[in-house]
Design a protein around this ligand. Structure first.
Ligand code: AMP
Length: 481
C-alpha cells in the first residue's frame, strides 16, 4: 500500500480558507476574523480590573510603562526571536509596504523593547532599567480555546541585571498578580538552559542521543534536530515525548556559574514561598533564552491540581542525579493544563540587537488566559456600579437644558443615567427604578422656565424643588446621608 503524506500546514490552510468562506456564505454578515475576538462592555470590567492590577503592581516594583509600535521591521524578529523558531518560521503576519519596507505585526514584546532600549539610549540610565507593557500581539496560530491570533499580554522586562534575584523578582511579581486577581493553584515550572559556555556541549550530547532515534520522531522534530535541537525537548507529540524520556537533561550539563545561578534563583523562590517544579524539558522555543526559563500554569480541572513540589537538593545543581532510561515524566508535566505565562533570561539578545552585552530577564502573562482561568475557577464578573441619580426631562425646553445640567453632574463626579430620547415621565421613572438610582432629577417645562429642578427620592417618592444653581450641593449632602 503506498503511503501518502499530506503536510499538516496545507490541511490547516485549506481548512482555514473553508472556514472563512463558509462563515460568509452562511450568514452573509461580517464576522470578526478567525482567531480574533471582541471584548464587550460587561467583559471590559474584568479586563479593566486586570489591567489596573497589572499597572499598580508593575508601578510598585519600579517598572515604567513602555508602548512600542504594533509593527516593526521584520528583521527585528528574525534576528531577535530567532530565524528557526516557530514564531518566525510559521506565525508572523508580515507584509511589504508600498515604500518597500518589510514589516511584521509584533508577535512578542521582548525584541521591540530591546530595540527601544538602544534606540533611546537607555543603556546610559542607571541599571537595571525596568519596563512593562500591556498590549496586543499577533501570531498566525491555529485557534483553539485560549489560543488566538490576536491576543493580549502583560509583560515585564528587567534589563541590565545578571543576578538571579532579578529572575526571582519577575516570577514573584507574576505570582503576586495572580493572587491579587484571584487565580488559584498556579504552578511554576523552571529550568536552566545554560549559557554560551555549557550549552554547546549539551547540544552536542542531545544531538548524539537523538541521531539514532530520528525515525521515531514527528516531521517537525526531524527538522528541529538539524536547526534547533533544544526544541526537540518541548515537542507535544506523544511519540516524541516517548523518545525524550531518555534524553540527556540540561541540568546535568550546566557549568558551575549556571548551576550556581539556578541554585540561587530557587533559594530566592523559597524565600517568597513560591512552589516550583524543575522541568528538565522546559526550553521555551526562542533562541535568545540563556539560563533561566520558566512557565506558569493552572490545572484546568480541580482534580488536576498540581502537587506542591519541592526540589531534591541534588537537582539544584550540586550533583548529577541518576536518571532511569524511559523514566516517566512527573505527573504534572503530562496533565491537561493552561499556560498562563512564561519567560526567562536573555543575556545575549542585547548583543544581537545592539552590539552591547546587557544581561536581562523578563516574561509575559496572557490576559485572555488569565480571564479563562478565572472563569473556569468560578469567578463572576462584577455588576456595573449603580448610578446615583437619573435625569428625567419633560418637554423640548427641558430636554435642551438637560445637557448642560448633566455636564454639571459630571464635573461634580455625581453619577447619572438618563434616557433623553424618551418623552413619558412614567417610562423614565421606571428606568430610574430599574437601574437602581437613589434620586431622580426631574426637569419639566415649568422648572426649565423658573430655574428649579425637582429631586425625588426613589425609595420614598418624596420630592422637593431646589434652585438649579444649588442643586449639586443639595444633592451631594443628600447622597452623603
Ligand atoms: P510567549 O510569549 O509565547 O512566551 O507566551 C506567554 C503567554 O502568552 C502564554 O503563556 C499565554 O498565556 C499567552 N499566549 C501566547 N500565545 C498566545 C495566543 N496565541 N493566544 C492567547 N494567548 C497566548
Amino acid at each position: 500500500m503506498p503511503k501518502f503524506f499530506v503536510d499538516p500546514h496545507i490541511i490547516f490552510v485549506v481548512l482555514d480558507r473553508y472556514y472563512n468562506f463558509m462563515s460568509k456564505q452562511k450568514t452573509n454578515e461580517f464576522r470578526s476574523p478567525r482567531g480574533t475576538h471582541d471584548i464587550l462592555p460587561e467583559e471590559e470590567r474584568l479586563w479593566d480590573k486586570i489591567r489596573q492590577e497589572a499597572k499598580e503592581i508593575s508601578g510598585f516594583y519600579g517598572f515604567g510603562r513602555i508602548d512600542t509600535p504594533h509593527f516593526e521591521h521584520t528583521e527585528l524578529f528574525t534576528l531577535g526571536t530567532g530565524s528557526v523558531t516557530d514564531i518566525v518560521t510559521k506565525q508572523m503576519y508580515s507584509f511589504r509596504t508600498r515604500g518597500g519596507d518589510q514589516l511584521t505585526l509584533r508577535p512578542e514584546g521582548t525584541p521591540p523593547i530591546m530595540r527601544a532600549f538602544f534606540e533611546h539610549g537607555m543603556f546610559n540610565l542607571p541599571q537595571p532599567v525596568k519596563l512593562y507593557y500591556i498590549g496586543q500581539f499577533f501570531r498566525h496560530e491555529s485557534p483553539q480555546r485560549g489560543r488566538f491570533r490576536e491576543f493580549n499580554q502583560w509583560g515585564l522586562e528587567l534589563i541590565g541585571e545578571d543576578s538571579p534575584v532579578a529572575d526571582a523578582q519577575v516570577i514573584q511579581i507574576f505570582f503576586v498578580f495572580l493572587r491579587e486577581v484571584g487565580v488559584k493553584n498556579a504552578i511554576l515550572e523552571v529550568n536552566s538552559t545554560g549559557c554560551q559556555i555549557c550549552r554547546p556541549r549539551y547540544r552536542s550530547e542531545l544531538v548524539a542521543y537523538y541521531r539514532p532515534r530520528l525515525k521515531g520522531l514527528c516531521k517537525d522534530c526531524k527538522d528541529r534536530s538539524r536547526q534547533n535541537p533544544l526544541r526537540l525537548l518541548d515537542c507535544k507529540e506523544e511519540k516524541c515525548q516517548i523518545v525524550r524520556r531518555g534524553a540527556p537533561e540540561t541540568l546535568d550539563h550546566l557549568c558551575d556559574n549556571c548551576k550556581n545561578h539556578l541554585k540561587l534563583l530557587l533559594e530566592f523562590l523559597d524565600e517568597v514561598s513560591i512552589p516550583y517544579l524543575l522541568n528538565p524539558y522546559l526550553v521555551r522555543g526562542l533562541d535568545y533564552y540563556t539560563r533561566t526559563v520558566f512557565e506558569i500554569f493552572v490545572g484546568e480541572e480541580e482534580k488536576e491540581k498540581p502537587k506542591e513540589v519541592s526540589v531534591d537538593s541534588q537537582k539544584r545543581g550540586e550533583e548529577n542525579p541518576v536518571k532511569e532510561e524511559n523514566e516517566a515524566p512527573p505527573e504534572s508535566l503530562t496533565s491537561k493544563r493552561l499556560a498562563l505565562g512564561g519567560g526567562g533570561r536573555y543575556d545575549n539578545l542585547a548583543e544581537i540587537l545592539g552590539g552591547k552585552t546587557v544581561p536581562a530577564v523578563g516574561g509575559a502573562l496572557g490576559i485572555e488566559r488569565i480571564i479563562l482561568a478565572l472563569k473556569a475557577q468560578g469567578y463572576k464578573v462584577s455588576e456595573p456600579a449603580k448610578p446615583k441619580t437619573f435625569f428625567v426631562q419633560l418637554g423640548e425646553l427641558a430636554r435642551k437644558k438637560s445637557l448642560p445640567l448633566i455636564e454639571e453632574l459630571r464635573k461634580a463626579r455625581v453619577s447619572v443615567a438618563e434616557s433623553l430620547g424618551r418623552d413619558s415621565i412614567k417610562s423614565q421613572l421606571n428606568i430610574a427604578d430599574k437601574v437602581g438610582a437613589e434620586y431622580a432629577l426631574i426637569l419639566g417645562q415649568k422648572e426649565a422656565l423658573d430655574g428649579t429642578i425637582i429631586l425625588r427620592e426613589m425609595s420614598s417618592g418624596i420630592q422637593e424643588a431646589v434652585p438649579q444653581e444649588k442643586f449639586i450641593d443639595f444633592l451631594k449632602k443628600k447622597l452623603k446621608k
